[in-house]
Structure formats: C-alpha cells, structure tokens
Design a protein around this ligand. Structure first.
Ligand SMILES: Cc1cc2nc3c(=O)[nH]c(=O)nc-3n(C[C@H](O)[C@H](O)[C@H](O)COP(=O)(O)OP(=O)(O)OC[C@H]3O[C@@H](n4cnc5c(N)ncnc54)[C@H](O)[C@@H]3O)c2cc1C
Length: 493
C-alpha cells in the first residue's frame, strides 16, 4: 500500500487544531491538518459564545487544574494574536451578578480568591452604580462583580485566520478528509482517511466532540469524557446595546447558566442551558429554548421572544460532570508514544494559544526537530467589513473594486466584494460564506440573499447553481429552476 507521509498529522480544524497548526508553522516541519467538514471551525468552535474568559472564577479555575494554567498562560497571548491575524477582539468587560445577600457572600469570596491568586482586583458595584454601566439589567439585581478584562472574539473567524496563516506558512490543509481508522506502529502511525492513507510520525488528536473515539483507535483513550449539550440563543441586531458587556448571574441550579453577551459583530447571544446528552445530537429543544429565554428576560427584561432570530447547541466534552468543568487533556498520551490528545471542554477558545504552545513544547521535548523557519510570516489581513468602514474608506474600496458597491445581504450590509473575497479564501458553500462575512446571519436568515449568494458561488466556483450546497455533502438546496418547470408545463400544455 502507498502512503502519503507527514511528520505531524493534526486531526481536526477546530480552534485547538488550528492554533496548533499555526504554532507549528513557525518551524521547518512538515504538518498536515485534516478536517472532515468542508470548512474549518464548524465543530464545537462554531457553537460558542466567544467570551475570552479571564480564569478569575477561581472555584472553576483552581490552581491544581491543568486547564487553569493553560488559560492563564493564554491571557497575555490572545489580544496580540488577534492583532497579528487581523481578527476583531473587543474588550467589553463582564459582570457576575447576584440577586440577594447570600449570593453576594459568594461573590465576595470569589473576589478574595481572585485577588489572592494575583489575578487582579475585581470591584463590586451595588445596583444603582451598576445601572450606570448596564442600564438595562433588571432592577431586582442587588449588585455585581465587574471584571474589566473580559473580551469577546468570533471563534470561527479566529480559526479561519489561524488556518489561513498556517497554510500561508506551509501547513497542508485537507478538508472533507475524515479519519476512519488508525494503527500505531513503532515509528509511524498508519492512518486511514476518506481521502486515502497516511503515514504520520506524530499525531495530534484535536477532534473535539469525537476526540475520545479517535484516541480509542490506538488505545490512547485513558480518559472519560461526558458530552454536555449547551443551548445558545441569538438575538436580532436591533437588540444591540441592550447590554454593553457580558452580564451573568451566579447559577442557582446546576446546568442553569444565565448569561447575555454581545458578539464582536454587535448582536447578542444568551444562554447557556446545559444538559448531559447523547453526542452528535445538536438539536435544540423547546424546554432549553424556553428556560434560556426566561432566564435572559429575568436578567434583561427588554429582551423579547420576537428578538430571537436563531439558536444552536454545541457540546462541552467534560472530564467529570459531577465536579464541574475542571480538567482537560492536553499532552502526550501516557499509553501511546508520539500520540497527543488535545481537548478542553471549556474554555477551549480562550485557552487555545497557550494549549498550542504547550503541544509544541511537548513535541520538542519528545525529540521532534523544530528549527525556526526564517520565512515565517505571522501576519494575515482579514476581509474588509464594509458595514463598519467610514464613508471615505467605503468610497475608496468601491473605487478599487466596484463589487463593494453592490450590497447582497441587506440585513447585515454585506457586499458582493466581501462574498467574492470569502470564496477566494476557501468558502465553497452558503455556510462558508455566512461564517466568513455574515451574509445570511441577520433577521431574514438568508431568505433574501440566499439565492444571490448561491449565484455568486456558482459563478466564482464555475459550477451550476444546483450544485451549490448549504454545508457540503448532499446539502444541495436547489433541485431545479421554477422557470424550467413552468416552461416545461407551458410547452407540454
Ligand atoms: C455552548 C458553548 C459555549 C461555549 N462558550 C465558550 C466561550 O465563551 N469561551 C471559550 O473559550 N470556550 C467556550 N466554549 C468551549 C469551546 O467552544 C471549546 O472548548 C472549543 O471550541 C473546542 O475546540 P476544539 O478544536 O477542541 O473542537 P472542535 O471545534 O469541535 O474541532 C474539532 C474538529 O475535529 C473535526 N473532526 C472530528 N472527528 C474527525 C475525524 N474523524 N476526522 C477528521 N476531522 C474530525 C470536527 O469536524 C471539528 O471541526 C463553549 C462551548 C459550548 C458548547
């Protein structure tokens, strides 16, 4: 059998696999990143609220937990990384609030622990003062602890940028390539994929929801993960400004988080309802939707059902549900040499730069030769966001490329120029365009722009419109043209 060979095979182009690929692209080493989906960042990374957690909730982030250290290591890395990759990063600040004095005591304890760990001094504000910063939270709130450092990113943009930059620096990306089986040999792993067989000296298993299944292929699954489904609701852009930063209250019962948070793009997310669930089932349930909205309205009463334009569920793969979200697997398997497991239930986005740096250190320690590549370019330029440009910048862009003067998605003001650029950078589907430039993300959810984006995709990819898919595979959405049917009927008649 003939094998394609690679030094390091990374399985999964979620935020963790992407960050690792980009970190390795600093060196002269042969790296292949395989992803079963048609695009990157469509696993758990897509079903996320995008908060850059500061690891200050020291009940969740105890010093004895490894994931705490990965997160704390990442804190200074995320903002410069986003600047290098031209990924929007917004420091919005965040609140942990309370309804009564009993909860306030918990917040006081939290604040003392945060300070004792040298993680900063968060200040408590009583409602009248808090109201000045967050005027729309319920007056029933007693007060809240404010963390000015909380930031938000778009985890899919971050993943796309990491992959783009990694590929510019020599990483091979293989999409629609599913790892089906693997054997561990003395010197190589033999990996069977849906696109042929590989031989890899090292494997980094960053397969998200399926990380333990991949590990089990070679017996490196000496950990148990519990899939916990999390529900998140999306609010219309007209709610922009209802909250300025992350607002949350201490959970009153397990699985009942209550947060409302702005995205970098301006609309709000709310949730997160958690429940232990069979993995692979990403459906939202009426119960989760009702409970999440009820909670959000308790916190910010002006949120209404009519403002909910979408919802999604993702999986937190947690080491131990009973004790919380405390551990992670990032490091060389204790059982299988040269096999690295990489999973962080929460907060994998926030901890991704530190986790990637850690994996590179583990590889180096194991003997992988990592010579810096003098040609490494850390910079990447993002797609211009037309809707956020000044009038002068808009005119300049339209002068250079008139397609920026043609608005295709009216809800989010996305132009043809942005859509064409998204396709040039790898979008091949409607969702690929949507997750790069937001066409179809707004109130009408693609009802207006969907057919227009389909036409542009078909034109740019040189395929018939009927072959354009929503998200790859058999997700085509046009079976034929209505005019063709009418024409036929007229002819027949
Ligand atoms: C509701 C919710 C909210 C969250 N909010 C936050 C937050 O605010 N901040 C934060 O930091 N974290 C948050 N998290 C956690 C964070 O989303 C995850 O820790 C992180 O996205 C995990 O990334 P990953 O790369 O490990 O997994 P994934 O993104 O799932 O990537 C794994 C990839 O592997 C691919 N794959 C799987 N099997 C195979 C195979 N056999 N062959 C090839 N490819 C394969 C998948 O298609 C996928 O693309 C949240 C999670 C949830 C569920």
């Amino acid at each position: 059998m003939s094998y394609a060979e690679t030094e390091v095979l990374i399985i999964g182009a979620g935020v963790l696999g992407a960050a690792t690929a980009r970190e390795l692209s600093r060196y002269r080493v042969d790296v292949t990143l395989v992803e079963k989906n048609v695009d990157v960042g469509w696993g758990i990374t897509k079903a996320n609220v995008g908060v850059v957690n500061q690891g200050k909730d020291t009940l969740e982030f105890r010093p004895e937990y490894r994931r705490s250290h990965l997160l704390w290591r990442s804190l200074a890395m995320m903002e410069p990384l986003c600047a290098e990759l031209d990924v929007p990063f917004r420091k919005v600040g965040g609140w942990e609030m309370c309804w009564d004095m009993k909860m306030k005591e918990k917040l006081d304890k939290l604040a003392r622990r945060t300070e004792s760990l040298g993680l900063g001094k968060d200040r408590f504000y009583w409602y009248p003062e808090l109201k000045e910063m967050e005027p729309n939270v319920s007056p029933k709130i007693l007060g809240g602890l404010h963390d000015p450092d909380i930031a938000v990113v778009n985890p899919v943009y971050l993943t796309q940028a990491l992959v783009e930059n990694a590929c510019d620096n020599g990483v091979h990306l293989m999409l629609e390539t599913e790892v089906l089986d693997m054997k561990a040999g003395h010197h190589w792993f033999e990996v069977a994929t849906s696109r042929g067989d590989f031989r890899a000296r090292y494997v980094v298993n960053a397969a998200g929801e399926w990380v333990d299944k991949i590990a089990a292929m070679v017996g490196a699954d000496d950990f148990v993960l519990f899939p916990i489904k999390g529900y998140v609701g999306v609010l219309d852009r007209r709610c922009e400004g209802l909250v300025n930063g992350l607002v949350s209250v201490l959970p009153e019962e397990p699985g009942d988080m209550n947060i409302v948070v702005p995205t970098v793009e301006g609309n709000l997310l709310f949730g997160i309802q958690l429940q232990i669930n069979r993995r692979g089932d990403h459906s939202t349930t009426e119960h989760m939707a009702r409970k999440a909205l009820e909670n959000a309205r308790r916190l910010v009463p002006d949120i209404s059902r009519e403002n909910v334009i979408n919802a999604f569920c993702g999986f937190l793969m947690l080491r131990n549900y009973e004790i919380g979200w405390h551990e992670c697997e990032v490091g060389m398997s204790g059982r299988v040499p040269r096999f690295i497991n990489m999973t962080i239930g929460y907060p994998g986005v926030s901890a991704s730069p530190g986790a990637a740096a850690e994996v590179v250190e583990v590889l180096r320690k194991d003997g992988l030769k990592l010579e810096p590549d003098p040609k490494f370019n850390p910079r990447r330029k993002g797609i211009p966001d037309f809707s956020r440009l000044s009038d002068k910048e808009k005119s300049e862009l339209i002068r250079k490329d008139p397609r920026y003067g043609h608005v295709v998605c009216r809800c989010e003001t996305v132009t043809e120029g942005e859509i064409v650029e998204a396709i040039r950078r790898g979008a091949t589907t409607l969702d690929g365009v949507k997750h790069r430039v937001r066409a179809g993300m707004g109130r009408c959810q693609g009802g207006f722009c969907g057919p227009r984006v389909t036409r542009i995709l078909a034109r740019e990819l040189g395929i018939p419109e009927s072959e354009v898919t929503k998200k790859g595979g058999d997700s085509t959405h046009l079976s034929c043209r209505v005019k063709d049917i009418l024409g036929k009927e007229e002819g027949d008649g």
